[in-house]
Structures are given as C-alpha cells and as structure tokens.
Ligand binder design. Structure first.
Ligand code: HPA
Ligand code: ZN
Length: 330
C-alpha cells in the first residue's frame, strides 16, 4: 500500500467497537508486569511467548489469553495496560473506543473488581485529556461460566456504577462460544436491560447463525460482536440489514483463529454489499497481529476496497457507537 493511501485511511475518523482490553497486553508488558508482581511465566523469553501465538481455534487462543491476563494484579497494572493501548491507537486515527473487559478473569484470582475498574478508568479519563479519545466500558460476562456467576459479577459491580457513570455503559458476552448459547444468559441480560445498560454479545464467530438470532431475539442486543456466520441464514441477514444491526467484524482475529483460511475468503465485503452495517475492529490486537489501522489495511488490500468503501466502514463505526455517552467535557 502506498504512503498516500495509508495516510488517507489513518486520517479517517474511526471508532473501535470490539476490543478486549486484556487482549492488548503485548508480550513485553506481560513480562514487565510478571516481574513487577513476582509472577512466574511458563515462557523463557518474550520471543518464546510471541512464538506461541499460533492458534488453531478460539479455545487455543483463550487458553493463552487467560494465562497472559494472570499478570494483572494491581490498579497500576490495569492502568498501564490501558494507557499503552490508547497511546498506540492515538497514532491510528481512532477517535472513540468502546472497551470490553472481563472482571471474572480477575476476581477469580482474588483481584477486587474495584481495582479492575479503577485502573482502566483512570487511563481512559487521562487518555481523553491527553489525546481527546472518547471511550466507554462494556463489562463482559464469561459465557463458559454460569449465569449465576454472571449475576454475582453484576452484583459486585453495581455499587461502582455511580463512580464510573461516565464510562460504564455496556454489557457484553465473550469467551468460548460453542455450547454456550446466548439464551444461557437471558435472565441476567433482562436485568441489565432494566438497569439501562446497552447490550452487546459475541455471536456467530465460531457458533452458528442461530446464536446470532438468539442474541437478537432473547438477549435484545443492539450490536453483534463478530456475526460473520450470520451469512448461513438468509432470513437473518435480511433482519440484520432491515434493523441496521451493526456487526463488529474483526478480520485479523478471524484469520488468526481460522474462522477463515485466507483474508480474500472473508465475507465482510459480501456482507457490506448486501447492505449490512459492517464495522472493522481489532478484537485482541496483541495476539492477532494488528491494531485497528492494521485491520483496515488488511481488508483494503485483500478486497482492493475503494475510498468509498473505506469511508463507509469508518462511518459505520462512528454511527454504531452507543447512542448516548456522557460527555466528560460538560
Ligand atoms: N471471542 C470470544 N471471546 C473472546 C475473544 C473473542 O474473539 N477475545 C477475547 N475474548
Ligand atoms: Zn471479541
């Protein structure tokens, strides 16, 4: 790609809507935090850890992702991780980011949920002051755990809601999809809806199109994370297009986790051409080989996208932000 085109994409105002903050932990930072906290890593070097990032499917990635997140112990760790991500995306023309985090990954290890919120939030507020990047938080439940565990996490987090009212706006659902359908979380999502959170869920990454329908109809989500397997159900595609439900597609993630074998085989251009609200996102950039701009470049190259297509993708992302987020300037 020539420098002029790269600069065109970089300068497009872009929103990132599908990003797991624990997935931004670069091997260098994992090693630094492990040393700071006296955590022993099962890898002799940074390079050995990076070399282990060869995945066969979602679960093979999740095993490393949860192991990497185990170095996060203190407020400063969550702050450092989030600041490193913001500093990185500030160079990429990202103006807004909606960040998922998995409290259960940390509370299970004895880290208080207040520590998780405090470190991430301090960085997001500072990131706004430093780079003008607006942001919000999507607290996500781990779907391989029970709905009861999700309710417990919600109860632990709710006392913090007022303190983070400027940031904590959303609820998400992530981790191993197969065998953990959205409807497993129907009651806790109904509660979160009553509480006024915006709802999203991963569906149709490895799981079938039926999971996308279930996320829409039983969880009442306003966006679908991934959703690429929706294409298997033409009626569902019509509904997604008619209701303008955004899909937060993550091209490099799909390639690394072998949802597709080759970027040219990805269906995002077909979905776009069928009128779906496709957005481009990075998912877990430290593990999948690229941040948001790298994902745009990868699809622009693979599909020889026109400037118009790229503008559509970036505009979709800006229009698919949560409809109201409290502006810290006011
Ligand atoms: N899918 C499901 N769960 C996740 C992912 C993902 O891509 N990344 C982090 N948790
Ligand atoms: Zn994801």
């Amino acid at each position: 790609m020539n420098a002029e085109r790269l600069e065109f994409i970089r300068r497009l105002p872009k929103a990132e809507l599908h990003l797991h903050i624990e997935g931004t932990l670069e091997p260098e930072l994992i090693f630094r935090l492990a040393q700071r906290n006296g955590v022993i890593l099962p890898y002799p070097s940074i390079q050995a850890l990076r070399d282990a990032y060869e995945f066969t499917d979602l679960q093979s990635f999740l095993d490393l992702y949860y192991a990497g997140a185990a170095v996060l112990m203190t407020e400063a760790d969550f702050y450092d991780m989030t600041m490193a991500y913001l500093a990185r995306i500030a160079q990429d023309g990202v103006v807004h980011t909606e960040i998922m985090f998995d409290p259960q990954t940390h509370t299970e290890r004895g880290v208080p949920i207040a520590t998780v919120f405090a470190g991430i939030a301090r960085a997001l507020r500072e990131g706004y002051d430093t780079w003008g990047i607006t942001s919000c938080l999507i607290m996500s439940f781990l779907r391989h755990l029970s709905e009861e565990a999700a309710f417990e996490t919600l109860e632990q987090a709710l006392p913090l809601r007022e303190q983070y009212a400027d940031l904590w706006l959303g609820i998400g659902l992530d981790s191993g999809e197969q065998g953990n359908p959205p409807e497993k979380f129907e009651r806790v999502y109904a509660r979160c809806r009553e509480l006024g959170f915006y709802l999203v869920a991963h569906a149709g990454e490895e799981g079938p199109a039926a999971y996308v329908s279930s996320a829409l109809n039983r969880l009442n989500v306003i966006r679908i994370d991934h959703g690429v397997r929706s294409e298997e159900d033409p009626e569902l595609l019509k509904t997604l297009a008619a209701r303008k439900i955004p899909l937060t597609v993550c091209p490099l993630s799909n390639l690394k986790l072998k949802v597709v074998n080759n970027m040219r085989e990805h269906n995002l251009k077909r979905l776009l051409d069928q009128g779906l609200c496709v957005t481009i996102n990075s998912d877990d950039p430290a593990y999948f080989g690229g941040y948001l701009l790298d994902n745009y470049i990868a699809v622009a190259d693979a599909f020889a996208l026109s400037d118009e297509d790229l503008i559509t993708l970036a505009t979709n992302s800006m229009q698919s932000r949560f409809p109201v987020f409290l502006d810290r300037r006011s």
